[in-house]
Design a protein. Sequence first.
Length: 346
Amino acid sequence: MDVAKARPVIVGSGYIASRHVSALAEMGIRPVAVWSPNSERAATAAARWDCAVAADLVEVLDRFGATHVHVCATPMQHEEIVLEAAARGHAVVCEKPLAPTLASAQKMVEAVRTSGVSAYLTFNRRLDTGVQLLRDAISNRMIGQPVTVFGSYRQQWNAAPSSRDWRFDPAQVGPSRVITEIGSHWLDLAEFVLGRRLLAVHAFVTTMGERTFDTGTERGRFTPVNEDVFSAQLRFAGGVVGHVYGTELAHGTFDDIELQIDGTVRSAVWSSHSPNQLAIAHKQEGIRIQGQSFPTTSISACIAAIYGGNAAALGVATFAEGARNAAAMDAIRASAASGEWRELAP
């Protein structure tokens, strides 16, 4: 579209909303309005972004001539916002994951399909150069036939002393915390680079239990109702098997993601420490590094692709892919509860 005619509105006023606004600014676009359930934070964001502040969701969608709605709210809020935006014919740019559950995700898929609006999901790490190189290395058989995929997503946010933000509230994050907040990302990357669907999982979850917390303004002790760690064995189409481990208890990590594919000819490793590089290994050839070393620009690249009309070509996530991701999270929770393998819902 002509970016000069773009009139995005932002729903949400936290960290990720600010990243969306920065990405828009790089294209010479600024939001026309913001709304958040936290009116004080919304007013502060509006002043910082030089835009209007809306009184409620209906006003931000109806009053400002919106062309795009950036859904930067907590996961349990996505459904209402997307359904309202789609009903009005607005393009939707939704933060990941699409929804914590498949039932909710399916409603959104149907809403954007029925309305015919453009709708994309910002699983932004897909746009890191190293991830794109990994996808290419698999599709062009540089590593041969994929045999196994494994990796991890590690954060220290809830190592002692823990945070105590909205992610501990099921009304905002959904029925899980680590599976939803970081597991969803890794699972999406695995399907994206493999070009194969996840079929079944066998998982467990655990928690540190009671812990101290420090929010900067409040200190104390509490026991979360959701998990700190999950681990899952994975079975993909085409006979590929794997494993993923996600934790928010890893002291010394920031936002560390790793993905390794072992193939019949070579192995390939991508790490968020070097997001725009890929390591290709062979026991006789050694390890070769592709790409260049520079920080991630994936959020900007993702949003630029959506506004520039080449999102599909670059593999920006669709809502249908977001629903598959939600099916994976459902299956992991069900497996952890039952102790059995669970197939993903179709």
